[in-house]
Design a protein around this ligand. Structure first.
Ligand SMILES: Cc1cc2nc3c(=O)[nH]c(=O)nc-3n(C[C@H](O)[C@H](O)[C@H](O)COP(=O)(O)OP(=O)(O)OC[C@H]3O[C@@H](n4cnc5c(N)ncnc54)[C@H](O)[C@@H]3O)c2cc1C
Length: 353
């Protein structure tokens, strides 16, 4: 087994390379702490995700992040490389359960992504660190050993020993990890209960591409009464560098109830229904027949509430920390990043005190 610590509390394993994990690694970049990040997927930035297909680039999870947190805004606009920082151009309009579209709901907030996609946010944060990032590695079990933590992947392969642990997967996945944790303490049960109590709603994303331009006065439509099958529909071509001229790419996010009903259905059945709903909402029959499509079922898309703080504070005494949108209390990239930064600061103070 590789021991990443030297007994002075100077190694940490971060589970998850999303905005929160990247924020924590960034906050620890100058501390004398050896940081290893384990990420189950092949890329970084988690639910703020980008894909490339047929000359298009599209953010099929979080659409953009906002400038609503001063620390995050300063980081993005002054500290990190701003080359390729881009905004979704155009207002957000609304629609109701009947599909009636109305102007408005726009604010002065920036709607940030990058020309190369929103995943650049985590990439640029990690680039500023010395952290080791182990991709395609799903952590499956954790064990308390000699005042530290050993972790293993889902095949049981040992991933080393660390002085501290930061868990950032969505709450239901973190609760599963806690359930698989060998830690002889009532605290483990209290933690699992508190984390499992956080509700998460699913979202199905249908990506619909068309070989023609759509002339609309808005970037996106959002369903405000939450009673329409579609929750959100945006035009990825409003983001610089994402869609070639003369083409359109719609990101359609189905509402929570519709998504919950259909999350286990095959994409081949879900996509045509999503395209029909889109054609109806945008009142354009051509939209029922995209020339290519893509799909992502987000089983754990966004949290409905925040985790109880008390067991998390107790866990910190044992060197286990938690970060993410469900710790912050709302599914937003800037909040997850801020929570990761703050948690990283706290870990640094605690390990090095
Ligand atoms: C469809 C959709 C639309 C959204 N729209 C917006 C939006 O427009 N604006 C906005 O601000 N926010 C939006 N959000 C929310 C935003 O994406 C999240 O709040 C934010 O990305 C959460 O970051 P995080 O680091 O907390 O979690 P995540 O991004 O989920 O990161 C956790 C990471 O842990 C990894 N992981 C999980 N389990 C394991 C394991 N066992 N071992 C190793 N790795 C593991 C995951 O692969 C993931 O990369 C949206 C989310 C979705 C799904």
């Amino acid at each position: 087994m590789t021991d990443h610590g030297n007994g002075r509390g100077d190694s940490i394993a971060i589970v998850g390379a999303g905005a929160a994990g990247a924020g924590a690694a960034y906050a620890l970049r100058n501390a004398a702490i050896d940081v290893t990040v384990f990420e189950k997927s092949r890329g970084v930035c988690g639910r703020a995700a980008t894909r490339r297909k047929n000359g298009c680039r599209y953010d099929h999870g979080a659409n953009y992040f906002k400038d609503q947190d001063a620390r995050v805004t300063e980081l993005v606009t002054e500290t990190l490389d701003t080359d390729g920082l881009a905004e979704a151009e155009g207002p957000i309009w609304t629609f109701d359960a009947d599909g009636t579209v109305s102007e408005g709901r726009d604010t002065d907030d920036h709607k940030w992504t990058y020309r190369a996609g929103i995943t650049q946010l985590a990439k640029r944060l990690f680039d500023r660190t010395e952290a080791t990032i182990e991709k395609s590695t799903r952590v499956g079990a954790v064990e308390r050993v000699d005042g530290g933590w050993t972790i293993a992947d889902t095949d049981g392969t040992d991933l080393g020993r660390y002085d501290a642990l930061l868990l950032t997967p969505p709450a239901p996945q973190t609760a599963d990890l806690l359930a698989a944790t060998e830690w002889d303490d009532d605290l483990r049960g209290d933690l699992e209960t508190a984390v499992r109590d956080v509700s998460f709603r699913p979202t199905i994303t249908a990506v619909l591409h068309y070989p023609f331009e759509l002339d609309r006065p808005y970037y996106a439509l959002v369903n405000t009464d939450k009673d329409h099958a579609i929750g959100w529909c945006s035009r990825e071509e409003c983001k610089p560098g994402h869609v070639p001229d003369g083409e359109s790419l719609l990101i359609v996010q189905l509402g929570a109830d519709w998504s919950a009903d259909r999350i286990d259905d095959p994409p081949t059945e879900v996509i045509p229904d999503a395209a029909d709903l889109t054609a109806d909402l945008l009142d354009d029959d051509r939209l029922a027949d995209p020339d290519w499509t893509d799909y992502q079922g987000w089983r754990y898309a966004q949290p409905g509430d925040a985790v109880a703080a008390e067991p998390l504070d107790r866990a910190a005494e044992h060197g286990v920390f938690f970060a993410g949108d469900w710790v912050a209390g709302e599914g937003r990239v800037h909040l997850a990043l801020r929570n990761g930064l703050d948690t990283g600061d706290r870990i640094g103070k605690r390990l090095l005190s």
